[in-house]
Design a protein around this ligand. Structure first.
Ligand SMILES: *[C@@H]1O[C@H](CO)[C@@H](O)[C@H](O)[C@H]1NC(C)=O
Ligand SMILES: *[C@@H]1O[C@H](CO)[C@@H](O)[C@H](O)[C@H]1NC(C)=O
Ligand SMILES: *[C@@H]1O[C@H](CO)[C@@H](O)[C@H](O)[C@H]1NC(C)=O
Length: 473
């Protein structure tokens, strides 16, 4: 028995050794559709191997995939330390390897899948050192490496802090690059060159890094960039570099940055912006007049959860014919100027969670807004200072616009009476104090005149007009 198991162990060792001689080990793919979920949904074959305890990449694509045009394969939540070469196919391929604890990426991983379109490697442990241009080489033809067809590369939530300048040399078609949640503090020169080499990039995500600035050459050549996500970095200002890609940029996300002020030049050149998001900005306390003026095509503005933001100047958005969705929740507004926007054009307007005081402005805004908006049951609330009671803004009536002391006396007798009484007492007190003050002054002056009459030489100086106007001291 003992001898037998030793022999068996040796055979296993030998087999492992043979496996290692070839450098890579693969999952047995004959039984893969028994282990994973395979579905054929013409023209796509899908294989779902999430959480199947795999330690390697498949050796081959299942036979079922042969008759289809495309393969989508998901291997999330397995423990695959090294990403090895994917099995070969000439079909369009999409692969997902999220949460696999990947630390190493072998060269030419995609060389056998030249039509790979989508790669998601997010939530792994890939470092800058592990990524090189060789990883993304296509097929080897005529003594040269060919480019890949890759359109989307997701490297979010890895451990990348820089990129080699030629990292993407085999990815000329890339349209979407996600680098969210990595360790970028600055975009050094190599990284800038790497990003700038992606001439067809449409969407770039650099959110949730530690970027303090976007230097002047980055993204300068990305003339097709449509969406840029810079949220949750450490930017103090709206990056001036945005002006370089002004022609294409439509969607800008700046949430969660320590930007404290927006001026009339913050967006001076991003003229084609359609969506702007600036939520969760804990330091933003000042939006100067005309800040959004250059954004003539803006359709959606998200400006919520900015606790220091107390007001928006009536001239914040002059002429915004396309603005249709505005979110101003959870700021510190106590009023909103009726002149701020063309209310009747809005399809969505949210302004809940502000310490609003009921005002004629709010009533007039409510009147202009479409019924679709004002019909909301859980709309915004304001404090009615006449009765010290909160009420829904969308229930305000025009009496709030007639709040004058005399009017209040008629409609809210008891409350107005109190106000009147306090006012009268205050005025009387002031009058009394003023009278006493004047009396005291005159008394003082009288005494001084009396004294000066006894000392004629001094009196000349004392009766200097300047001194009289300057007060009695
Ligand atoms: C390889 O070379 C051959 C002959 O010169 C040419 O016909 C073919 O298009 C080349 N292939 C690529 C991918 O460049
Ligand atoms: C960006 O464009 C400028 C001017 O067209 C050019 O000189 C520069 O080489 C380009 N940078 C990259 C990385 O392609
Ligand atoms: C506003 O704040 C409340 C409480 O903190 C939160 O529950 C709500 O989701 C916030 N609203 C928006 C639109 O962010």
């Amino acid at each position: 028995m003992v001898a037998k198991s030793v022999v068996l162990e040796k055979i296993v060792c030998l087999l492992l050794l043979i496996g290692n001689v070839y450098g890579e080990t693969y999952e047995n793919s004959k039984t893969v559709c028994q282990k994973c979920v395979c579905t054929q949904n013409d023209p796509t074959f899908s294989i779902n191997c999430n959480e199947k305890g795999l330690n390697h990449v498949l050796a081959n694509w299942p036979k079922m995939a042969d008759s289809t045009k495309a393969i989508t394969a998901s291997f999330s939540k397995n423990s695959i330390d090294t990403l090895e070469k994917l099995p070969g196919t000439d079909k369009v391929v999409e692969v997902v390897f999220t949460y696999c604890n990947i630390q190493k990426v072998n060269p030419e991983v995609f060389t056998n899948v030249p039509k790979i379109k989508y790669v998601d490697l997010s939530h792994n442990k890939i470092t800058s050192e592990e990524l090189s241009p060789e990883d993304f080489r296509g097929t080897y033809v005529n003594d040269t490496w060919q480019p890949l067809d890759l359109l989307t590369l997701n490297l979010a939530y890895n451990e990348i802090h820089m990129l080699q300048n030629n990292i993407f040399e085999f990815l000329p078609k890339l349209e979407e690059l996600n680098l969210k949640g990595n360790n970028f503090r600055v975009l050094d020169e190599a990284t800038q060159l790497a990003i700038d080499s992606l001439k067809n990039l449409l969407r770039l995500n650099l959110a949730d890094n530690k970027l303090t600035e976007i230097t002047s050459t980055t993204i300068m050549n990305l003339t097709n960039l449509v969406e840029l996500d810079l949220s949750y970095n450490k930017l103090d200002f709206v990056p001036a570099i945005l002006s370089e890609i002004s022609q294409s940029l439509e969607n800008l996300i700046l949430d969660g940055n320590p930007i404290f002020e927006l001026t009339d030049s913050s967006f001076i050149n991003t003229k084609n912006l359609i969506q702007l998001s600036m939520n969760n900005m804990n330091r933003l306390d000042n939006i100067l007049p005309n800040a959004f003026a250059p954004l003539k095509k803006l359709r959606t503005l998200k400006l919520s959860n900015n606790p220091l933001l107390e007001e928006l100047d009536a001239q914040t958005f002059p002429e915004h014919p396309d603005l249709a969705e505005v979110y101003l929740n959870n700021n510190s507004f106590d009023d909103i100027s009726f002149e701020l926007l063309e209310w009747s054009k809005l399809k969505i307007f949210e302004f809940k969670g502000n310490p609003l005081k009921c005002s004629c402005n709010l009533f007039k805004i409510h009147e202009k807004l479409s019924k679709k908006i004002t019909r909301q049951q859980d709309g915004p609330i304001c404090m009615d200072l006449r009765v010290v009671k909160s009420r829904p803004v969308f229930y305000l009536t025009d009496d709030i616009c007639r709040v004058t002391p005399s009017h209040m006396k008629k409609e809210h007798v008891s409350h107005s009476f109190n106000v009147l009484r306090i006012t009268i007492i205050a005025i009387c007190t002031l009058l009394l104090l003023a009278t006493l003050g004047v009396a005291a002054t005159f008394l003082f002056r009288w005494r001084r005149i009396q004294r000066n009459l006894n000392y004629p030489f001094v009196s000349e100086v004392r009766y200097n007009p300047v001194n009289i106007h300057g007060g009695f001291n």
